[in-house]
Ligand binder design. Structure first.
Ligand SMILES: [Zn+2]
Length: 216
């Protein structure tokens, strides 16, 4: 792996913050580095005015840090869609490529990609693409694992993990797919769902990382 950049840390802090309190341990896990590396980087990010730290309130991105995070996420998601649509990549191949490229493209290149793709709202696995002005659409969703028994559920997004995407594709669980949620097998077993009328046993870990909404 390449040495993680400042942008990788900022992105990790942003994503960590969207799931509650930001901890050094969570940042370390997301970036794939040790705890001391995170402490060192956090001091640098404070100097650069990207992050604010306080014993009482914890770790936060400054408005400048948040803009930086959203710009990087925008470039990542546009690149993923560009690679799939224009260069023929499979959706499980694009994450690592986008992780590298997101740090190197110019604002003009980013704008041209967005234009070429018709200013898309979502990346290949359904994650929303922040606007050029840095606005992240707020989407209400729950994981399949939290769906109600007997409900009809439309898939909107899958976590950006190559193994998960391969597994989901093999079961035809793509964004836009409509499934019926039948319930869970006992003793922490798989979730039973219907996909195009076919009964499928979905692994619990996958059911927690595939999101959507219940249809009325
Ligand atoms: Zn990705």
């Amino acid at each position: 792996m390449n040495t993680p950049s400042i942008e990788d840390y900022i992105k990790a802090i942003y994503k960590s913050g969207s799931q509650g309190e930001i901890t050094s341990r969570d940042i370390a896990r997301r970036v794939g580095v040790s705890a001391p590396a995170v402490s060192k980087m956090l001091r640098r990010l404070v100097e650069l005015k990207l992050v604010r730290m306080h014993p009482a309130t914890g770790i936060h991105l400054t408005p400048f840090g948040e803009r930086t995070a959203l710009q990087t996420i925008r470039r990542h998601r546009l690149l993923e869609l560009f690679l799939v649509r224009e260069l023929g990549y499979h959706w499980d191949e694009v994450h690592a490529e986008a992780e590298r490229l997101e740090h190197h493209i110019s604002p003009l290149f980013e704008e041209r990609i967005a234009e070429k793709l018709g200013h898309p709202d979502f990346d290949p696995h359904g994650d929303p693409i922040p606007t050029a002005a840095g606005i992240m659409p707020n989407i209400e969703e729950i994981p399949i694992s939290a769906a109600e028994e007997g409900s009809t559920f439309v898939i909107t997004r899958l976590q950006d993990l190559p193994e998960l995407l391969r597994y989901a594709a093999s079961l035809e669980l793509l964004p836009g797919a409509v499934i019926e949620f039948l319930g869970r097998q006992p003793f922490g077993g798989p979730y039973n769902i219907l996909v195009s009328g076919e009964s499928v046993a979905l692994a619990p870990e996958a059911a927690e990382q595939i999101f959507g909404r219940t249809m009325a």
